[in-house]
Design a protein around this ligand. Sequence first.
Ligand code: ATP
Length: 237
Amino acid sequence: MTLLELNNVSVHYGRIQAIHDMSFTVEEGEIVSLIGANGAGKTTTMKTISGLLNPSAGTIKFMGEDITKMKAHIRVVQGISQAPEGRGIFPAMTVLENLDMGTFGRKDRTGVPEDLERVFTLFPRLKEREKQFGGTMSGGEQQMLAIGRALMSRPKLLLLDEPSMGLAPQFIRQIFKIVTEINGQGTTVLLVEQNANQALARAHRAFVLETGAITHSGTGKELLANPAIKEAYLGVG
Ligand code: ATP
C-alpha cells in the first residue's frame, strides 16, 4: 500500500522557491532515504510533509487521503510523526516528561506503557536516564530522545531529519542500526540525510535532491553503485 504520496509539490519561502514540482511515494514498510547537499531542500520537504510548511502547489496524500491542507497536529494523530533536525527536545523537562509530550493527542492511552517499553528497549540509555533533564544529555542521547518521543505517538510514518547530524561515529552507527530495527517492527521510515553512505545502505529506495528537485532515484543499492552519486555524495571518485 502507498502510505505517502507527493504530487508535483512546490514550496516557496516568500519569493524564493525551495522545492520544484516534487513527486515521490513511500510504500508501507519501507525505509526511504532522501539525500542531498546543504540547502538542497531536505528539511523543507520534511516540514511540508509534517505540515509545518504549506506547499504553494501540488498535493500530499497519506493513506489515500488528501492531507495537503491538514494541520500539523492532526497529521500526528493520523500517523505522521517527525523527529526534527536539531533534535528539538525540551531541555528543562526530564527524559520521561519529554517522552510523554510525544503522546499528546493520542486517543488510545492504554497503549502508552507498551510504547514506552518499546522506546526503552530500543534505547536502554533513556531508561537509565529517565529522571535526567533533557538539556543535560549528550548530543547522541538527545537524538535518541527525539526519536523516542516521535515513536510515542505510535506513528505509521516516522520522519527523521538528519538523525546522524553532529554525532560521534559510534553513535552514528548505533542510530542507523536502530532505524533499521524500528522499521523491522513495522514502522515506515522517511529519512533525510547528509550521511549518504549509511542512508543509502539502510534504504529500500532513495532519492537524490539537488536544488529543490529530485535528480536520481532507485534502490539504495543502485544509488550506492552509481558513479555520479559516488563522486558527488560518497566521497569517492
Ligand atoms: P540543510 O542540510 O542545511 O538543512 P536542506 O537540504 O535541509 O539543507 P533546506 O533547509 O530545506 O535545505 O533549504 C532549502 C532552500 O530553502 C535553501 O536554499 C535555503 O536557503 C532556503 N530556505 C530555507 N529556509 C528558509 C527560510 N526560512 N527563508 C528563506 N529561505 C529559506
